[in-house]
Design a protein around this ligand. Structure first.
Ligand SMILES: [Zn+2]
Length: 283
């Protein structure tokens, strides 16, 4: 199969420490203003997404200790943690909140540093993986040194325990809106077929690489047979679900305890000032 170069515009930009710090300052300011105004917790379906949990100081890595504290904070809210694939049938009353947990790209460290803590609580989570990268046909340019991705064997083993699911994040993590329609379809449908073959069960959810998508990608995802798709637009989701354009809240290296607690209550449901949109409106 012809595997193109991995588009890394998003991850590349995020690697700049100065940019990370600036973004973090804006988000902390946003949460502080929200708290100062005495804002009440906002209900809805809040999908939190992570990348790496383990050692490391880059913006997309959370230490295992901080991750454990964040799970405690979620537990303390009493909000149920639900499976992303179950959102299709989820009935949420106007005053109710539920949490979904996502991990993008399928990093190997999750095996030791994230999954045990989730499984101990019996909480579901969805990890979005890139079959072309798992198979070694393509490589994420942002991977460092010994960093590894989860293998299909590891995924099958984790799934057999019943809490964590793996779902497609395209074949090669490209900038989907930049592809012609045949290539975009191959990324969306092809990654579904590859994952289904490897894991032996239907794939139900899709994650747009870098969160970049428009109506064409939403249509391709629906036609491929997915039930749900997530992007990277900030925000909370309320019924009726916009199920091929679900919003998510990024949790990153700079998430202090007060910021994370505020996020759970809705402090960062609107994008921080200056955050560009990734969902393309008219195409
Ligand atoms: Zn990704």
């Amino acid at each position: 199969m012809d595997i193109g170069a991995v588009d890394d515009r998003d991850h590349f930009r995020m690697r700049s420490p100065l940019r990370g710090l600036l973004k973090s300052t804006l988000v902390h300011g946003q949460a502080a203003v929200w708290a100062a105004r005495g804002a009440q917790p906002q209900p809805g379906l809040r999908i939190l997404y992570y990348h790496r949990v383990g050692p490391g100081n880059d913006q997309l890595t959370i230490s295992p200790r901080r991750f454990a504290r964040q799970l405690e904070l979620i537990e303390r809210t009493g909000y149920p943690v639900v499976d992303l694939a179950a959102v299709v049938d989820l009935r949420l009353a106007p005053d109710e909140t539920a949490i979904v947990l996502n991990f993008d790209d399928g990093y190997g460290e999750l095996l030791d540093h994230a999954f045990p803590a989730l499984e101990a609580r019996g909480w579901p989570a969805t990890v979005f993986v890139v079959p072309g990268a798992v198979d070694g046909d393509t490589r994420f340019s942002w991977l460092r040194g010994e960093q590894k991705l989860l293998s299909w064997d590891q995924m099958r083993d984790v799934e057999s325990r019943g809490f964590i699911r793996f779902e497609p994040h395209s074949l090669t993590h490209p900038y989907l809106p930049g592809l012609d329609v045949a290539d975009a379809e191959r990324e969306i449908l092809g990654s579904k077929q590859a994952l289904e073959t490897a894991l032996g069960r239907p794939a139900r959810s899709f994650c747009y690489p870098g969160g970049y998508f428009g109506k064409r990608e939403m249509d391709l995802v629906a036609r491929a047979g997915y039930e749900i798709a997530v992007g990277c637009e900030d925000g909370v989701n309320r019924p009726p679900w916009d199920r091929f354009a679900l919003r998510r809240v990024l949790v990153d290296h700079y998430d202090t305890r007060p910021l994370f607690a505020a996020r759970l209550r809705g402090a960062t449901d609107v994008p921080p000032p200056g955050r560009p949109r990734r969902k393309l409106e008219a195409r």
